[in-house]
Structure formats: structure tokens, C-alpha cells
Design a protein around this ligand. Structure first.
Ligand code: ZN
Length: 220
């Protein structure tokens, strides 16, 4: 089997004496493997994978999928231990910069307007964090993006965070995944407070949804 497991999430649900834990593994699609193979490996179904990853049918190599595995724990066993077994201790490749309702997805908006990122509607003053470890290469006013941060992650990958109220990092700074980089706002070209988030591969914007965990995602 050639799947790389690159991360996990565990959502514990408590009931009397017994805990049902849903573990989410983030896996990277490798050559020659299909959804049925993945379903078999993780003890789930193809339908469940598609439900959690609506884009899964169009995924290419290197894309990530979020796969759930339901486990029941007894006594004192810890959800983390179960997760670690599944993930083999690896780290999730990308993290949501902020949790909120997706007010606009990546892609065409009408015939002429292409949206190069996703918009996450959050009130001004919300903490924005780095989607992945990297180095800040721009931090300041970036035209339509308002107060923005651009982070380089190596291998031609960069992430951009726009429309902030305040920036928490400076150019040249090294940041960890989930580290605070800004306070959200409504600067630049916007119609309301939100974060505009982009992932760029070799200078070209790609769909962030292909890289972010896709459970509990709320769209407008
Ligand atoms: Zn946007």
C-alpha cells in the first residue's frame, strides 16, 4: 500500500463509561490507488469518504483526503493513542487558518471573475494562524488584499492571508503551523469582514479545499 498518512484529528464523544471516538486521518493520494483501496485500508466505505471529501472524485496525485475511522474506547484509554496508531505520529500537512463559514469558494464567480482563494467569514478581531510551518516573505499592505501576509513553505508552495485588521508577524520571521500571524479584519477590497486564504503552487493559485481537512466545513 502506498498511502502516506500525514495527519489526524480525533473528536471524542463521551457517554457513560464508554467513549466513541471518531479519528480523522489526512492521507496523501499516491500513484495507482483508488478510493476503494483507501476505504478497505481504513475500515470505512467509499461512500463515507466521498461524503467527507466531496471533491475526492476529481483528485490528482498528491492531493489530501480526510478519512474517518470510528473507534469505541473503554476505561481509561486515551483518544490520542488511538489516533497516533492510525497516523503513525505524522503531522497534518495543512491546518485551517481560522474556523468559520466559507462565504466564497475557489473558482469562477460568474463568467469573468475567477476567485483565487477561499473566503472564510469571521468577525473582525478573530485570530488568524499559519496553515503550515514556513517563512514570512511579505507582511504589509498588498492592494486589493489589504493588510496581508504571504508565507513561503518551500517546494514552491506559498500561502496568502488577506483583509486583516492587524498583522502579528514581520518579513523574515519563521512561523510554526497554527502560530498566530494576524488579526482578521475588513481591509482592502471586501464587502464584509472575512479572511481571504490562498495556496499558491509555483506562483499559481490552487484550490485550498484540496489541501485542508474537509470535515465540519460549513458553506454558504
Ligand atoms: Zn476572497
Amino acid at each position: 500500500m502506498a498511502f502516506l498518512t500525514t495527519g489526524y484529528f480525533a473528536v471524542p464523544v463521551y457517554s457513560s463509561g464508554m467513549r466513541s471516538v471518531t479519528c480523522f486521518s489526512v492521507v496523501t493520494v499516491e500513484p495507482g490507488q483508488g478510493l476503494n483501496d483507501l476505504a478497505k485500508k481504513y475500515g470505512t466505505t467509499r461512500d463515507q469518504i466521498l461524503k467527507d471529501n466531496p471533491q475526492a472524485n476529481q483528485l490528482g496525485l498528491g492531493a489530501t483526503l480526510t478519512i474517518r475511522e470510528n473507534t469505541t474506547l473503554l476505561g481509561n484509554s486515551k483518544p490520542k493513542e488511538v489516533s497516533r496508531e492510525i497516523s503513525r505520529g505524522a503531522v497534518a500537512s495543512y491546518h485551517w487558518p481560522v474556523w468559520g463559514r466559507i462565504s466564497s469558494d475557489y473558482g469562477w464567480r460568474g463568467y469573468k471573475n475567477f476567485h483565487h482563494g477561499i473566503d472564510i467569514a469571521v468577525p473582525t478581531g478573530t485570530t488568524i494562524s499559519a496553515a503550515r510551518q514556513g517563512k514570512v516573505i511579505k507582511a504589509g499592505w498588498m492592494g486589493v488584499y489589504g493588510l496581508a501576509v504571504l508565507i513561503d513553505h518551500g517546494n514552491g508552495i506559498q500561502t496568502l492571508y488577506g483583509h486583516n485588521d492587524e498583522l502579528s508577524v514581520k518579513v523574515g520571521e519563521q512561523v510554526e503551523m497554527e502560530e498566530q500571524i494576524a488579526i482578521s479584519g475588513n481591509t482592502g477590497n471586501t464587502t464584509g469582514p472575512h479572511l481571504h486564504f490562498e495556496i499558491r503552487k509555483n506562483g499559481k493559485a490552487v484550490d485550498p479545499s484540496d489541501f485542508l481537512p474537509q470535515y465540519n466545513v460549513v458553506r454558504e
